[in-house]
Design a protein around this ligand. Structure first.
Ligand code: NAP
Length: 317
């Protein structure tokens, strides 16, 4: 039985990936920063809480990582742990940069020291492309990050490429565009729109407060994106792949679509200047062609399919 470690198991992707790997008979070990405070509701939602072994590990302390690798001898690690919010990174730039880069360096260095055959997956982000000069984004587009989060992810991304090229290690970076699900945390736009809208439609008298909703993003469905992560780790040669839907939609159109579905009047949302970021990407969407042709990754949901699915999950909760 293959032992796989997932960092960030308490996050959205950690839960869906654990479910996928358990279905493929992996022995899954999930790392959390603190077993006392980490929220494992995602594993409970997917009914796999008792199938994943949870271990505490401070990824900023390489000695703890070495101990885990020596004890469990994993065949692979999926590194999903990160301060993952772009908005929060503007308020906490140093903490974001420190954790998102040093945790990756520690993991890479620990693998190099303990067992270079351990395969490594890094959660890179479309945010790294930032200031876009041409669309769609491909794996060859130039990185021009425009937030502390994106800068940290770009630094971690290049650290991975460096270890792959210098030490012949099996390292894949999945460059993922926004992906959503019922398990998305409430501080992200899509989940906030869904939960607030459902509340309003059920008679709650709150109002949906949003920032710049004229920006456009490429959104996809998380359970299908973790399949792409898995496929990368099965390829013969480690490489970097974009996972995205291939189309963008404006945040305004998302609100309007959900409001219409729930018969909510547009007076129930309001744009607040306070929620604007210092700088934002206007429009971004990617080209999933490499993952589709080289990994046979199958993804065909368009924006409306996605919104229908997310709304259905939210209403069922
Ligand atoms: P998420 O739900 O925000 O989960 C992040 C995970 O990282 C959580 O388990 C969290 O643990 C952990 N974490 C955060 N700060 C930490 C710290 N200082 N020390 C230890 N653990 C920490 O993120 P996700 O949506 O599953 O995304 C997974 C990965 O993909 C992240 O690296 C994210 O940046 C990247 N990514 C996501 C998207 C997307 O659209 N979802 C797109 C591109 C890339 P706690 O529960 O203890 O906070």
């Amino acid at each position: 039985m293959k032992t796989t470690i997932i960092t960030g198991i308490s996050g959205q992707d950690g839960a869906y990936l654990a479910a996928l790997l358990l279905g493929k008979s992996h022995n899954v070990i999930g790392l959390v920063r603190s077993s006392g405070t980490s929220d494992l509701r995602g594993l409970e939602y997917l009914k796999i809480r008792n199938k994943v072994l949870i271990e505490e590990c401070d990824l900023l302390d390489i000695s703890q990582i070495i101990k885990i690798l020596t004890q469990y001898k994993p065949a692979e690690i999926y590194n999903l742990a990160a301060q993952s919010s772009v908005s929060l990174s503007f308020r906490q730039p140093i903490g974001t940069f420190h954790f998102n880069t040093m945790s990756v360096f520690n993991l890479l260095e620990a693998i190099k020291l303990v067992d270079r055959s351990i395969k490594f997956y890094q959660a890179s982000s479309s945010e790294m492309y930032g200031k876009v000069s041409s669309l769609p984004i491909t794996e060859n587009s130039v990185l021009h990050p425009v937030s502390p989060y994106a800068i940290s992810k770009a630094a971690a991304h290049w650290s991975c490429i460096h270890y792959r090229e210098s030490y012949n290690m099996f390292i894949c970076c999945g460059i993922l565009f926004n992906h959503e699900s019922f398990l998305r945390s409430g501080n992200f736009f899509m989940k906030k729109v869904l939960t607030e809208s459902v509340k309003i439609s059920r008679g709650g008298n709150s109002k949906l407060l949003v920032g710049n909703i004229d920006i456009r993003r490429d959104f996809g469905y998380a359970p299908l994106y973790v399949e792409g992560m898995y496929l990368m780790m099965q390829s013969k040669k480690p490489d970097d792949y974009i996972l995205c839907s291939g189309q963008s939609i404006s945040l305004r159109n998302i609100i309007e679509y959900i409001f219409k579905k729930l018969s909510i009047n547009s007076a129930f949302y309001e744009v607040s200047n306070e929620l604007y970021r210092p700088v934002d990407i206007e429009d971004i969407f990617g080209d999933p062609g490499k993952a589709k042709s080289e990994l046979d990754w199958k993804y065909s949901m368009d924006s409306e399919d996605l919104l229908d699915k997310l709304l259905e999950e939210e209403l069922a909760s």
